[in-house]
Design a binder for this molecule. Structure first.
Ligand code: PRP
Ligand code: ZN
Length: 284
């Protein structure tokens, strides 16, 4: 019994998806780009598809699970459910209009034509906001629609924003925030569900370790309790005594963002020889 996962064959999610699988310790059969590749050390098969086809393939059971942008999943409305948000490939679906236009608010869109590849997500948004606009569905290069007179505005995926800048457009409404998600077929067999559970355990360990760092430092023993207050630790830190009288070595796990906030406080409490090292995996 193997679990089949559909992933994007190329494009925005590909690299991060492959490195996530890699970090879970799952090795794939060959580097050759086949459509379907088996793992050699885990009951998993990887099916490479266009992102647009992933929700359907999971709903139909062609794949048991899939990794896809939430934006695609939301648009396709297929029978599958989100198991886990993966935190990478963050982007948003936004409305954008020509840069030079005044934008007084959402009613600007009344009576306008909007080009998009996401008609369902857009349709819901317009309805909720009681906007009467025409949706013009096109399959690609949405961003050029206003300049060639095909539409007044666009509704599209924005990541870095550089596509908008290049095309003299400005983002005026963020309709949906998106990231890569793991989706599953609605009814997996008990055996497949068990494989998924093991895979999820590994994925969670990788994601948890992602922005976490292991921090080691030498501190005056008398300052330990104050330093512990500064460290927003997940557990109580490890304290080891040093050969040097009155000094201890303190180890803790912190998130990288927190590190920059606390470094000054640690130094003020006479912490020395602060060492920050990456964590590959973390199991709680
Ligand atoms: C999206 C979108 C824009 C671009 C935005 O296309 O349609 O063209 O990315 O990204 P930016 O804000 O970083 O410039 P994508 O390359 O994902 O292709 P697809 O929509 O055909 O899947
Ligand atoms: Zn696509």
């Amino acid at each position: 019994m193997v679990l089949r996962i559909a992933v994007q064959a190329k494009g925005r999610l590909f690299d991060d998806t492959m490195s996530l699988l890699h970090e879970t310790g799952i090795k794939l059969e060959s580097a050759k780009r086949l459509l379907l590749v088996s793992a050699t050390n885990f009951p998993l098969e990887v099916l490479f598809l266009r992102d647009d086809d992933i929700p359907q393939s999971v709903a139909d059971g062609i794949a048991d699970i899939g990794i896809v942008g939430e934006n695609e999943f939301a648009e396709k409305r297929k029978r599958a459910s989100i198991v886990k948000r993966l935190g990478f490939s963050k982007c948003r679906l936004s409305l954008a209009i020509p840069k030079g236009m005044d934008y007084p608010g959402i009613h600007w869109f009344d009576g306008k034509t909007i080009a998009t590849t996401y008609p369902k997500v857009l349709g819901d948004f317009l309805k909720e906001n009681k906007i009467n606009a025409d949706i013009h569905v096109i399959t690609g290069s949405v961003e050029i629609a206003p300049s060639i007179g095909l539409a007044d505005a666009i509704f599209d995926l924005v990541s870095s924003g550089s596509t908008l800048v290049t095309n003299h457009l400005k983002e005026v409404e963020v309709v949906m925030k998106s990231e890569a998600v793991l989706i599953q077929h609605p009814d997996l067999s008990a055996e497949k569900a068990a494989i998924l559970e093991e895979l999820l355990f590994r994925i969670e360990s990788v994601l948890l370790a992602d922005d976490k760092k292991y921090i080691l430092m030498n501190v005056p023993t008398e300052n330990i309790s104050k330093i512990v207050e500064v460290l927003p630790g997940m557990k109580s830190p490890t304290v080891l005594s040093l050969a040097k009288e009155g000094w201890s070595s303190l180890h803790a796990v912190i998130s990288e963002k927190e590190f920059w906030n606390i470094i000054g406080k640690l130094k003020a409490l006479d912490a020395e020889g602060i060492l920050v090292v990456p964590i590959e995996k973390m199991i709680l």
